[in-house]
Structure formats: structure tokens, C-alpha cells
Design a protein around this ligand. Sequence first.
Ligand SMILES: [Zn+2]
Length: 415
Amino acid sequence: MAESREAALRCTRDEHGAERLRDDGTRTETSVEQKKVESSVGAIFTAVKNHQEAIQLVLERELHSHYLRKGLQQLSESYECLDASRPWLCYWIVHSLTLLDEPIPESVASSVCQFLARCQAPSGGFGGGPCQQPHLAPTYAAVNALCTIGTEEAYDVINREKLLEFLCSLKQPNGSFNMHVGGEVDVRSAYCAATVASLTNIVTPKLFEGTAEWIARCQFWEGGIGGVPGMEAHGGYTFCGLAALVILKKVHLLDMKSLLRWVAFRQMRFEGGFQGRCNKLVDGCYSFWQAGLMPLIHRMLHAEGDPALSLTNWMFDQKALQEYILLCCQCPSGGLLDKPGKSRDFYHTCYCLSGLSIAQHFGGGEILHETVIGVPENSLKPTHPVYNIVPDKVGHAVVYFMQKAVPDAKEFKRN
Ligand SMILES: [Zn+2]
């Protein structure tokens, strides 16, 4: 009995219904929306409960791969609005295929490299498409896509000297970075700058002066990190802030326990997935932005020698998250999505799969522990929780660029 109970999915247990929102008889806009989501997710859970013997949880690898491969060749008109995010589409697709362990044909990889080369600005950094203004977000996406492809052709697309000049031109006296010249400042830019600089070995002593201290000021009283100092804590910004501090080796500037408490409470009790902010709805993409924080927090507390830490599990319900992604976020024709009723897209495909990978693989180095829900073939490749690139691709890129000297920065010549 105990064994079959252990094997049963969390969402099929009788006591699971008690996890639904109790609004104490006070209807608000938020509680109405939450109940709608619980009802659509609950309908799926009930169907699973009624057909438990017949249902196996399967990640539809073939369908997802087909959807992704098609996206690399030709996109539908609905993607027109992402014309300024084309390096992102390259990254979301190549990373998703890599997590699925699907090889990318050499010729396709090479045309992605050539396309990204056309997005690189003469002044350094990458724009959202050919001839567009360079911007830190597509620069991050392009560098991640190129490192995921991981060939010499891919690495050599990146003009490191110009990339460093571009980063220097965005640096602000208070340690933060603009997203583009004259653009907005928020925690995303610090993360994008720190990841591309650390991967391509262009970190100079002054480049990140004051950056960690500026990020730490963005930790909100809730425990998570907001876009700028004083703003509400948010999953995406919290991931960017913490991962940047890991790269800059300054995580001690954060109140880690308060951050841990905030993110742990962002996992939804009934749905099993994560919300991005307090009182918001579950969304598949936060499977990575929120759950991806857990390996970073774990590593930090482990380094401090915290004796209460598990050696087999992250500090969230890994099975519940997998159940949510596998049952509620797979589009029947391939691709993954935010929540039932929403349509699939490459962004949610990438971050649902990345979150699923985090939930399946605990640890690193000598300590590894797998928790794979459903058939064993559901297991994805692990992902590096700082860069969200598979770990051996991070290793290759770092080794490749370490052989090159850090460019001589004509730093802050504008200041
Ligand atoms: Zn989303």
C-alpha cells in the first residue's frame, strides 16, 4: 500500500483537492482568475485520476522535435511581432533540441551561425535582426545559441573586442547597465552582460565594478529581486539577479534565506507549477525562472556548510512540477505552453523543457540524483543553472575562449 501510494501521482491523491485556493468567502479579481485556472487544471487531473491504469506520463519528444525543427526553417506569420527577437528564436530552438538530445544537422547549424553573424552590429553586440540596433537581450540570446551550437564557426562569429566595447558603452556609474545605448536599466542587463562576458572571456577588472552591489539593492522586502531598486519581486528578475551574482562571486550580498522562502512559496499548491509573482497565476515558463533558482541557492548554502541541506533533492516539489509540465503544458501537436487553453510558442517550449530538466536532475560533480516522473525516456539532458545551456557546451565554450587573451579595453573612454 505504502509503495503504490508513493508511486501514485501527487495530483491523483484524495487529499490533493484540499490544496485548492480558499478565498474565505471574499471574491476578488485575483481569486476568480485563480479558480478558473484551478478548474481547467483540475479537469485534467481528474481525467488522469479516473484512468490511472491506462495513463502513462510521456514527454512527446518526437512531436516537440518536429515542431522545433520546423521553426528553424520557416516561421508562420504569427511570429512577425518577434522580428526584433530573432536571435532569441534561434536560442530557444537550438537549446530545446539540445535538451531533447536531438542533433542539429551541420548545414542547419552553419546557417544559424551565418544568420547570427548578420545580426552582429559593427559597433559590437547583436541586434534583434540584421541591421538592427545592438541590444543586450538579443546579444545574450545570440551568444547562448552560438555556444550551444559549439563549433569553431559558431565561436568565431563573436567579435569579442567589439563586444567588450559595447558592454563598456552601456555601463553606468552606479554599476548597472543600459539594455542598449540610451535604453532602460534593469537587472536583466546586468545578467546578460555578466553571462556573455564570462562565457567569452572578456571580463576586465573594471567592467563589473559596482554591479553586484547595485543588484543587491534590487532585493525587495518580499525576498525576491525586482527589476530596479524598490520594485516588486519577480521570477525573471530574481533569476537574472541571482545568476549574475553567482558569476560575479558576490551572492553573499543577498539575504539568501529570505530569497529561498520567497521562491519556495511561488510553487502553486494545487497546480504544481510556479507563478512569477505573489498572487499571480501559474505559468510554464516560470518552471525555469523560479525552479532554476533552487540549484543556485542550494550551491550557495552548501558552500556555507548548511547541515540541513538534502543531498538528493532541490528545495521544491520536483515531482509536482514535472506533473504540471507533462500533463498541462504539452500541446497535442508538439511544443509546450504557459497553461491549459494557451497556445504553444518557442519561448514556453524552451523554458518548460529547461524547468523539466532542472526538476529531473539534482546535483552536479560527484553527487547526482535523478527524479524522472513517467517513462524513463522522459529524461532530458541537464542544463547549467547559470547560463541555461547544457553543461558540456558551457565547458567547451569556456575552454575555447580561455585560450584567447582578454581584449585590451579602451574602457569607459566616453566617461
Ligand atoms: Zn510564460
